[in-house]
Design a protein around this ligand. Structure first.
Ligand code: BEZ
Length: 262
């Protein structure tokens, strides 16, 4: 999932899969914490909204409830199926392959864009999809996001002679970098901010790793994965597990609102 909703991407299709039930059990906080971003979009009745990386559509439903006509896309067939079951107009489309032409008043994306290294391609497609005056509002992982987890994998994979850079799927830009990408395409940036959002997990960090860190785990053969998982968990425990036993992941978010000028 392109997220939420976690979006999913063809580029990592071999190593990153989204199971809607697992997602709902261990990552419902992703769509719940995305509510302020949906509010930032300020959806108006009758507006046409494109949700890029809708995941199971939990957040997309807010736009429908606001009276919008919503198209929800995700590259994960399983997540699109879950969104269809909510009665949404959901379609299997990769965020890098947007072919809409000036159809939308607003494009929204939550917790997806960090899965897409080719940000420019997404931005070009979003621009094309928007009517002049249309808004692009979103949030995703920003510079420094889940640094503890990246470092734990870098150390654990390094000890196995694997360069973590060859498997790390995430793109976490600074606000200045993403602003520059948006402005290069012609967007007017209304707001953009990078902020830490330490996020308590509903259970053990192992679930998070199994759900979100599949590309790292896939770097070793199947029979080596339990040991890798256990080692990464052990490296993380002193850093992100508090005295009450709660795992708190060091999320950093990049939230933005931009407009395609008239
Ligand atoms: C997220 O869903 O927001 C996320 C996933 C993986 C790494 C960082 C953030």
């Amino acid at each position: 999932m392109q997220a939420a909703a976690c979006g999913s991407l063809a580029a990592h299709a071999m190593t990153q899969r989204w199971d809607p039930d697992t997602y709902a059990a261990h990552a419902r906080f992703v769509s719940e914490l995305g509510a302020p971003v949906a509010d930032l979009l300020a959806p108006q009745p009758g507006e046409r909204v494109l949700d890029v990386g809708c995941g199971d559509g939990a957040l997309t439903e807010r736009f429908r409830a606001a009276g919008c006509v919503v198209v929800a896309i995700d590259s994960s067939p399983e997540q699109v199926w879950a969104a269809l079951e909510r009665g949404l107009d959901a379609r299997i489309i990769d965020a890098r392959e947007l072919e809409f032409q000036m159809e939308f008043d607003a494009v929204f994306s939550n917790a997806v864009l960090h899965w897409i290294g080719d940000a420019e391609r997404v931005i070009v497609g979003v621009w094309r999809a928007l009517k002049p005056g249309g808004r692009f509002v979103g949030e995703f992982g920003g510079h420094g996001c889940v640094a503890s987890i990246r470092e734990a994998f870098a150390d654990a994979l390094g000890a196995r002679d694997i360069d973590v850079a060859t498997v790390d799927p995430w793109y976490f830009p600074t606000a200045a970098q993403y602003r520059s990408q948006l402005e290069s395409r012609g967007f007017s940036v209304d707001s953009i901010q990078l902020f830490p959002r330490p996020t308590p997990l509903p259970g053990d960090v192992t679930h998070w790793l199994e759900l979100f860190a599949q590309p790292f785990l896939s770097a070793v053969p199947d029979d080596g994965r339990p040991a890798l998982l256990e080692e990464v968990r052990a490296r993380l425990e002193p850093r992100i597990r508090n005295a009450d036993g709660v795992w708190i992941v060091d999320y950093v978010r990049l939230r933005f609102a931009a407009t395609r000028p008239e």
